[in-house]
Ligand binder design. Structure first.
Ligand SMILES: [Zn+2]
Length: 56
């Protein structure tokens, strides 16, 4: 019997957000709620980041 889903509940508590645009980059199976902040690789995000620095 092939299982299409992961074993147990499919809820993932760990989430990786972009620290610039707060988009969800990835999700992880963790025992408790964990939020990591990384940089996404979207061009518009980097562009927005640069313009924000210019305004600074
Ligand atoms: Zn981003």
């Amino acid at each position: 019997m092939s299982d299409s889903g992961k074993s147990g509940h499919g809820l993932k508590l760990g989430v990786i957000l972009c620290k610039w645009c707060h988009r969800v980059i990835d999700e992880m199976d963790t025992e408790k709620v964990v939020v990591y902040y990384l940089e996404c690789d979207r061009e518009d995000c980097a562009k927005d980041r640069d313009s924000r620095l210019e305004v600074g």
